[in-house]
Ligand binder design. Structure first.
Ligand SMILES: Nc1ncnc2c1ncn2[C@@H]1O[C@H](COP(=O)(O)OP(=O)(O)OP(=O)(O)O)[C@@H](O)[C@H]1O
Ligand SMILES: [Mg+2]
Length: 263
């Protein structure tokens, strides 16, 4: 099983939308066994997947796999460990148990290693134990970003934050963590965003995900919130906007799956 965490301390950049749609892609189109873990109390991954009724929602809430020793989940090929809004929020205050939370998560993932091909973890946009634990146990990390100045300024933190910077984690607790890269999302065809993309590719070319041509990016489209609201795969939205969006998102997802070695 390959584990991918979506992480960025910036909120609203599309982490949850990408987790949901990537899970659908990996399971429905690539026939992979997919486990989704929603570590965000906002539950923006849980709600669409629950509504869509395409996955088995586990009896185990996601907080349990950090708080307790849990091994195994329901026997199904597409399983969601749903987020909850009480236990997940309490974890940060239990500093004395933070190491245990991370090792419980690691042990849980080991227990389901043979049952799934891919595990996707959605995180909350705070530099806390949930995000740290997810980065410590993952094989890959992907960071959606918006093309505004604050987000670009935030890339330094994304890499070098003292607790959860990706480079920090790679240099210390998880040397095998592979950074798939920064994925510009909600991209708009404005001169401002074009300039920001130019700045990003000039300064951070190595962090972007190379595609032919250019770099991976996802445009702003009504198809994403509409698919999320209905809990459906974008390509099944049944609208021109959905088909157009899928034409540009599919190659990005293919690239992610190829990088993870699952297709
Ligand atoms: N490419 C896109 N085009 C249009 N809307 C999008 C796109 N990607 C995401 N969105 C919408 O933007 C909003 C924020 O996305 P999402 O909830 O996935 O971000 P997030 O990074 O998970 O946020 P948080 O940090 O709060 O968890 C949602 O309403 C989502 O449907
Ligand atoms: Mg989210």
């Amino acid at each position: 099983m390959k584990t991918l965490v979506l992480a960025n301390q910036k909120g609203g950049v599309g982490k949850s939308a990408i987790v949901v749609q990537l899970a659908y892609y990996l399971h429905l189109l690539l026939n992979l066994r997919v486990l989704v873990i929603d570590l965000d109390h906002q539950r923006n991954t849980t709600n669409p997947i629950r509504n869509g009724k395409l996955a088995t929602v586990s009896q185990i809430p996601s907080s349990s796999i950090l708080l307790k020793k849990v091994s195994g989940v329901e026997d199904a090929a597409f399983v969601l460990l749903a987020g909850d809004n009480t236990e997940l929020l309490k974890m940060e205050k239990q500093a004395a148990n933070h190491n245990i939370f991370a090792s419980n998560l690691q042990a849980f993932l080991k227990s389901v290693d043979g049952d799934f091909d891919v595990c996707l973890i959605d995180t909350n946009p705070n530099p806390d134990i949930r995000q740290l634990a997810a980065l410590v146990v993952s094989d890959f990390v992907l960071s959606p970003i918006q093309l505004n100045q604050e987000a670009i300024d935030g890339i330094g933190d994304l890499l070098n934050h003292e607790n959860i910077g990706i480079r920090k984690i790679q240099a210390t607790i998880n040397p095998t963590l592979q950074f798939i890269g920064i994925l510009p999302n909600l991209v708009e065809p404005t001169p401002f965003q074009r300039d920001n993309l130019r700045e990003l590719s000039a300064h951070f070319a190595k962090l972007l995900i190379p595609m032919n041509p250019g770099f991976a990016a996802i445009k702003k489209t009504t198809a994403v919130p509409e698919s999320q609201a209905a809990g459906v795969p974008i390509w099944k939205l049944g609208k021109t906007s959905g088909r157009d969006a899928w034409t540009q998102i599919k190659p990005v997802f293919e690239k992610i799956a190829t990088t993870m070695g699952v297709m």
